[in-house]
Design a protein around this ligand. Sequence first.
Ligand SMILES: Cc1cc2nc3c(=O)[nH]c(=O)nc-3n(C[C@H](O)[C@H](O)[C@H](O)COP(=O)(O)OP(=O)(O)OC[C@H]3O[C@@H](n4cnc5c(N)ncnc54)[C@H](O)[C@@H]3O)c2cc1C
Length: 269
Amino acid sequence: MTTKRGRVLAGGTDLFLWLKSGKADVDVLVDVSAIEALRTIDVRDDQVVFGAAVTHAEVAAHREIKALFPALADGCRSVGSPQIRNVATLGGNIVSAQPAADSVVPFVALDAQCEIASSSGTRVVPLEELYEGVGKSRVDATKEIITKIIVKRPDGPSANAYSRISPREAMSLPVVNAASLIVTDGKVIVEARIVTAPVATTPFRAKRAEAFLVGKNPSSLGDLAEAASIAQDEARPRDSLVRGSGEYRKILVKDLVEMTLYRAAERLG
Ligand SMILES: Cc1cc2nc3c(=O)[nH]c(=O)nc-3n(C[C@H](O)[C@H](O)[C@H](O)COP(=O)(O)OP(=O)(O)OC[C@H]3O[C@@H](n4cnc5c(N)ncnc54)[C@H](O)[C@@H]3O)c2cc1C
């Protein structure tokens, strides 16, 4: 008897296109989209646990997520069209491994962790470590399944924001997107996470800009603007026929990072 090659199927918005074009080839599709345990959003005191088969539409419409993680709700709201958002899932967005995936960029800013299950057990890995390259995930969907995405609620006062530039509102790829998280001790910034894409083969963390912000007052607009300039300096967007020149997109990186930092600072009050 020959072994059947199986693969996880969720919303199918990416996978069916790959099957049609021959980019993927399987004998058996394992549809996980109706498994109840993968379909819940559990808001706890210390963390929020997202089932991997939760759709972008469900995240975008979730009242508590909009309040706690507006960056994620806004990212999910900008995916594709209502039809796509109603079926496309968080797990699929992660495993498809596009650097500018609209839920992944905010998830990386929020330091999300993924629980991955296989026949040999369960492991928890930071989402940002799951990218091997453009379209290449370290999760092997023929043997493994992402079950949960876990986001810890920061200890101190914190805020986050997401922004995206695309040619039109719906059904278009981001030219550039960005997400920022600011955590404070009530006075100064103790942690910042700044993510922008597609400016590298993975969602790109502007780590020099993040380090610059530590110890700064979140209401200092000059420091937030300086951090955005540092992020612009760090980012290396390439020329793209569909997205525009690298030079143009580098300018957008500064604008979007600045916008997300201002918005997050504003949300901190
Ligand atoms: C017209 C159109 C517009 C789009 N617009 C956007 C956009 O604006 N922004 C954006 O980010 N994306 C966009 N996408 C891409 C796509 O919709 C997303 O990547 C979506 O989140 C994929 O989720 P899915 O549930 O459909 O995944 P599927 O197509 O079911 O699966 C995708 C991959 O992930 C694997 N997989 C799925 N779930 C799991 C799991 N739990 N564990 C392990 N492996 C898993 C599958 O085996 C497959 O390899 C668009 C797609 C289309 C067709």
